[in-house]
Write a protein that binds this ligand. Sequence first.
Ligand code: S3P
Length: 430
Amino acid sequence: MKKLTGTASGLKGTIQIPGDKSISHRSVMFGSMAKGKTTVENFLPGDDCLSTISCFSKLGVKIEQNGSNVTVYGNGLKGLRESSEILDVGNSGTTARLMMGILSGLPIHSVLIGDESIAKRPMKRVTVPLRDMGARIQGNQDGNFTPISIQGGGLRGLDYVSPVASAQVKSAILLAGLQAEGVTSVSEPFKSRDHTERMLRAFGVEVKEEEGGKVSLVGGQKLVSDLHIVVPGDISSAAFFLVAGAIVPGSRITLERVGLNPTRTGILEVLKNMGASLSYSNVIEDGPEPYADITVESSDLKGVEIGGDIIPRLIDEVPIIALMATQAEGTTVIKDAEELKVKETNRIDTVVNELKKLGADIEATEDGMIIKGKIRLHGCTLDSYGDHRIGMMGAVASLIAEGETVLQNDKAINVSYPSFFEHMESLRRG
Ligand code: S3P
C-alpha cells in the first residue's frame, strides 16, 4: 500500500526511461535460440522479463543478469533442453505466448503455468494455430488456459490469417514457423508491434513483409549471434510521465532515450492531437529500433476520438490516456479496443472503476470508454488489482487529485517499471 499526495509546484527534471519490456523479452528469447553470445544493455529488470530469464535458464541456457546488463550464451535451438521443472511465466502474457511458439517447435515436453491473472488470459489464440502447425498442446478448457502442456516438434508451415492484431500471436506463430517445414506467414487486421521481425533480422533471419502487412519466413533458418543489443526506453513506461507532464500544471520534463518504433507511437499522436506540448532531441535512427529524448510541458488539452488502426499502436497506453482525457475539455471516445478486456485485468472495467472513484465522468462501452472533461479529481483509495498499468495510472492521478490517495497493491508496478516511484519522486523534487 502506498500513500500519495498531489503536487502544486509541477514536475521538473530529466529521467532515463527503463528498457522496453517487449524488446527485453525478445533479447533473452532470441539470444537463447541463437548460436553465440548476446549482450544486452538497458535490459528491463522488471518482474516480467525476469520470468523470461528464469524460464530459459530452466531450459538449459546460461544467462547472466546484473541489473540492466544481461549476457545470454546461446547454443542454438538444440541447446534448449527439456526441463524437469514447470516453466513459470508469472504475470507475463508475452513470455507465455512467445514461449508457446518456441516450445512447439522443439522435440521436448514442457509445462507452462503463471499467476492468477495469467490463468484467466486466453491462450487459444496461439494454441489453435500452433496445433494447426502440428504441435500437441493441452491445457484447461481445451488448451485455452494455463496450465498448458506442449509436446513439440514435427511442425509444418502455416498461412495464418489472425482475427486479432496481436504481436504476441504473430510472434508465437513466426517463432514456431522458424522450426517448421516450408513457409509460415501471418496477416492481421491491423499491423501490431514489429519488434520480433526487427530483432530476428538482426539475428540474421530473413523475414519478408508484403504489401498489406503479411509477414512471412522460411523455416529452418538459424539465428546467429555475436550481438550487442541496446534496448531503448519503453514508450509504454514513458507514457505515464508524458501524461503527467501534460496534465500537472507548471511541469517541464525530459524523458531520455524513448523508443520511437512507429508501431508503438500512437500515444504521441494522441498527445499531439489533444494539444500537448512535445519536443524531440537526440534522435537516433540508425539501429534496429529508433529512439529520442522527449520533452513535455503542461498545456491545455482537448478531447479526441481514438479508434481503428491506431489502437494496436497504443493499446497499453489506454489507461493513462483515459486519465489524461479527464483533464481535457470536451469528450474523448475510445473505441475498437475490445482487446483491453484480455490484458492483465479487464482494463475497460478497471480503468472505469478506478477513475470513477477519483470523481471522473467516465462510462464503459462494449469496445472502449467515453470520458468527459475537464473534471477536478479527488483523492480516494485505489487498487491496481495486480495490474501494473492500472497502478501507475492511479499514482499519476494522485498528482492532480485533491487530498490523499491510497494505492493498494502498488507492488504490481514492478512488473514493468521497478523505479517508477523513485522517478516520480525525483520529478516532484525538480
Ligand atoms: C506485447 C504485445 C501486446 C502488448 C503487451 C506486449 C509484446 O499484446 O499489449 O504488453 O511484447 O508482444 P498483444 O500482442 O496481445 O496485443
